[in-house]
Design a protein around this ligand. Sequence first.
Ligand SMILES: NC(=O)C1=CN([C@@H]2O[C@H](COP(=O)(O)OP(=O)(O)OC[C@H]3O[C@@H](n4cnc5c(N)ncnc54)[C@H](O)[C@@H]3O)[C@@H](O)[C@H]2O)C=CC1
Length: 403
Amino acid sequence: MNEVKLYLTPLLQRRHTLCQWQRSLHALSVNTFGLCALTQVVFPFYFFRLRIWTASKICGTLNMLQPLRILFRPKWMVSRSSASYVSRMRHLNKIKEEDEACRAALQSGNIFLYHKLAPLLRRTDSGIYQLPALQTKDVEEILEKLGEDKEMVKESILINCTEQNEAQFSFDVGAIEQAAVEELCRGTFVDLRKAFFLLRGSEAPLVARGQALLRWHQTNGFCSSTGQPTQRNQSGSQRVCHSSGITYYPKMSPVVIVLVSDGKRCLLGRQSTFPRGMYSALAGFCDIGETMEEALRREIAEEVGLEVESIQYSGSQHWPFPQSSFMVACHATVNPDKTHVSVDKVELEDARWFSLEEVQEALAIKAPPRNNKGEPTVFWVPPSYAIANRLIQEWANQQHLKS
Ligand SMILES: NC(=O)C1=CN([C@@H]2O[C@H](COP(=O)(O)OP(=O)(O)OC[C@H]3O[C@@H](n4cnc5c(N)ncnc54)[C@H](O)[C@@H]3O)[C@@H](O)[C@H]2O)C=CC1
């Protein structure tokens, strides 16, 4: 039930980003070259290479003159100085692995506060919500002011590091009175689902990552083999049971999410727990030992009784609700002569084919109109931060280019 709430207020605007156009052109180029063979998956290597090619088409011919080696690099490696990226990743890895280095990094690092897994947000004068990054000494001061042991700050969990190599940590103050911390920090602890709507850019994935790590530590305090307490390393990248020697690492459950098309329409489904009128791409957890392609084909067969003919990788996303999932997003096609949908009513309330016009209308909705009970009254799709939205947007762009 909670899961549905994240879709209630789609505040963020959908943007036709360069990436989306690149992906659309990429998809079109794949079709043009007749590469819709059975079970075709575009691996990240090939995918990124084509993305760079399509970006060059859009931006003019200049990029085409880049040295060939650039063509084999992902986009983020092209747009950034690789030296700074490499040094940042090496620095991050060092503080992740070495306790002493991590303790030193914490002294000058940034800390994001959570209260019982709800992140602290601060509203700026211009009404924008931000994730306040506190310094370690600030957090120590807050703890002391509230009569707590300032050493508690050492329980912070490493999340990432900034472009300036400053380490970023998450720290849960759930044992302390919420209002007192909010007052001292001039902020509010907000449920993560709401925070996802309020934050912009890279702050949403960052806050989700911080929460996912805190949640994992809070629920993995004991060894499942011996029942003994597990001990974390300084960065929080692992927990060890010294009795059995077992090391535990934070985990994500792989989920495949797929937008099925018959060439002209796309298939969307809804669960009974979704808000009224909302349809999404079909998703399902991978079974152990399955490949992504096997999971995708199985889920589509189980949920809607269709056989997938071709698969095209689109992208991925860490999804923190209700617990960490690793969403692998794909487009898939079915034979246009075999499109009869038979819905598994245990899994889905409904699934049906939608035309480009219907999808475009749904994508244009910022916030669905509601009846007097507050229920949406039209067909709408998940908000832009969900990878389902990206798949639907990509499909619509591709259809638009085809027509
Ligand atoms: N980011 C996005 O755009 C979207 C994300 N999702 C996410 O994808 C995931 C899967 O979607 P649904 O299948 O609709 O979810 P669901 O929550 O309806 O789960 C379906 C079934 O999978 C099983 N299950 C639950 N947790 C599992 C786990 N960790 N490993 C293996 N099996 C598990 C349970 O039997 C459950 O009934 C959910 O976490 C959902 O939040 C779904 C749609 C869009």
